[in-house]
Design a protein around this ligand. Sequence first.
Ligand code: COA
Length: 151
Amino acid sequence: MKIQKPGVKDAPKIYQLINRASKEYEVLPRALGYIFENIRDFWVAEEKNCIIGCVALHFVWEDLAEIKSLVVDDDFKGKDIGGSLVKMALGEAEEYRIKKVFVLTFIPDYFKKFGFKVVDKSELPHKIWAECINCPKFPDCNEEAMIKELA
Ligand SMILES: CC(C)(COP(=O)(O)OP(=O)(O)OC[C@H]1O[C@@H](n2cnc3c(N)ncnc32)[C@H](O)[C@@H]1OP(=O)(O)O)[C@@H](O)C(=O)NCCC(=O)NCCS
């Protein structure tokens, strides 16, 4: 298994992975166009030419980034692939001197393992709610906002 940056041609595979997971889990579905436009945010886990996991690190401000679209294929869960993807995204954030990485999630216990702490949503900039406004669950969503401070 390798964690690497995807090529543009990998967008349809990432699209399938995320949208399959969104039917079963609390992950936002993504349009194929969104994935092409944001392909440079992504890291993928690849095994035998198949994409079995993905995560995106999206810069929001000079010192703030968001972790999005963390998904591991059901057949490969529990093998630290999700953990490796999160660590890769955090490492990239550090390289860019990002001070805080946040995630909006329904699985806070998973992110606590990486040092994320639950915060009040009001601590996050209003800019990030642009996506939420288009979600059918808005405004009654019980996603947790979590932040990890980087050194
Ligand atoms: C969350 C997810 C990415 C984890 O990927 P993974 O490769 O299976 O995870 P890892 O192997 O790195 O970690 C496994 C550990 O996480 C724990 N874990 C897995 N899913 C969890 C969850 N929903 N809540 C809390 N802990 C969870 C496991 O119990 C295991 O714990 P252990 O190490 O103490 O045994 C994967 O389960 C997934 O794709 N879920 C559906 C999509 C999703 O919810 N994404 C998060 C969006 S914010």
